[in-house]
Design a protein around this ligand. Sequence first.
Ligand code: ADP
Ligand code: ZN
Length: 612
Amino acid sequence: MTKYDVLRQYFGYSSFREGQDSLIDEIICGRDVLGIMPTGGGKSLCYQIPALMFRGITFVVSPLISLMKDQVMALKSANVPAAYINSSLTYNQLLKVYDNLRAGMYKIVYIAPERLEAEGFRDLASALDIAMIAVDEAHCVSQWGNDFRPSYLKIARFISSLPHRPVVAAFTATATELVRDDITEKLALCAPFRIVTGFDRPNLNFEVHSPRQKKDALIDLIRQRHDKSGIVYCQTRRNVEKICDLLNENGFAATRYHAGLDDVERVRNQEDFVYDRKNIMVATNAFGMGIDKSNVSYVIHFNMPMSLEAYYQEAGRAGRDGAPADCILLYSPSDIQTAKMLLENSDIPEDADEEFVELQRSLDYERLERMIAYCKHTGCLRGNILDYFGEEHGEECGNCLNCRTTFIERDVTTEAKKILSCIKRAKDKLGFSVGMALIVRTLHGSRDKRIGELGLDRISTYGIMSEESRSFINDVVNHLCTLGYIGKNTEYGSVFMTELANDILFGGVTVTMKFKEERRVPKSDKSASVSEKTVTDSGLYEHLRKLRMEIANEQGVPAYIVFTNATLADMAAKKPLDMGEFLCVSGVGEQKARAYGARFIKAIGEYIHGNV
Ligand code: ADP
Ligand code: ZN
């Protein structure tokens, strides 16, 4: 069988995505590879297809139990003999898997890294015909990355202990060159073929909003997407609890996930989401790695994440099936404070040496600064991300909020003068500097108790910006901070005029600022073209979705294991009425055609003839 036969027969796809075929070719020739692809880029097929073509068995090292379970379920549904070995198996189940392994019954076996050195397994492994070791999430082997797992260091030792060295294929979505090089070294890859595929995910729409009330904004955003499945990421467990309650109170079906919940609840909530019993998951970053749910149609970040890498990975969980999806970040400057606090309080291993910790810290801060820059970026958001991953791109993508937004440049010198004199007057009156919030409220003419107590309502700048909104005043103050006219005392949070400020007050220097004004351009055709080359009949789509749900329930698997949304959409467009046509639908392989073809064909026939 050629790789194309395998692609069509088992997975039901007719063409490879960027990078897949060259990685597969190299692996088949016995060369080690390092595949660097974005989340949702299609890494799994790169090792699953050679695994099906090799005579021997393939082990896939993977960091998370949930990932293994999901992948094995998907493989079995495509008629691939697969299993996993991890701590979720009982002793008897483990023995059964070992027996089957010895009998040569599996093609692909997922394994947790810490299991590689278990005595029983090592002996067994040396007697097997192992064709390939695939390493998923390979950046976990590097201390320079943001997800280091010491157990990954066992992989190289395990491989070198084997009587015959299998081909080693490593995959990651990591961005930094340092980590990419480190993977080659720590996994002892042999002159690997290395490929970095396009990190761009054209079906994802990127937006950053800085709403005054994040909660209201969130509810609005979700209301517009009430029939869709989505993830809301929060920075802290406390926020997860609050937001999940908020959404449920507002009539949405939300569940939650964070490291503070017990195992039973975590598994239950995750399954509620994956099986579409609840369509919103509110979670910390503990949720998601290994979640393959392909019909997630939006990812909203309620807080800013700690790095652009983390952001792209989390946001990238939307639209894995290629259908248009939204990645929205709700940003406020207080997110920076929270992020810094989290960095300061992050765990430091007891035996870590000082230099190492220092270095990690500075890397963390660099990553955070880059993340903040994304939130404040006024150019193309996709371009900003692709720059980070070292990828070339056009100036405007047309499928992000900033590309649909016109920025108007306004002169804000008068406003700047008012703000600066207010800072000066307040300091003259009190003898000490106050925080930004008080300055903004004074300018706005707030009747706040604290303002009265301090007597700030009796200075001449009190209320001189009462016509403006507080968020506008806030934005200008922040802008003046960025330009260096206002300084901030990091310890007390108070703001003060810098020497530069005199240039504005007395030197005739002017200040301008860019303001967003969203063009009412419909979301780019680009996003739609990805999955909807042909017109999908939405009534039929709904009809097929119900059938999919019915089948998923009968079989006790998540709906996307039956067919992904993209496959369903293609089916609703092509309207196949016999088996030959059914096999032409993207994502329909032989096994699935056999298993479900008749029912879907019947449903389509009934729909077309108006019998539903
Ligand atoms: P990754 O592991 O890189 O995050 P996956 O391997 O989970 O991504 O693939 C993401 C989705 O893309 C899956 O639903 C998969 O079936 C689909 N996919 C992968 N390769 C192809 C292809 N050549 N054609 C169409 N869909 C594909
Ligand atoms: Zn853009």
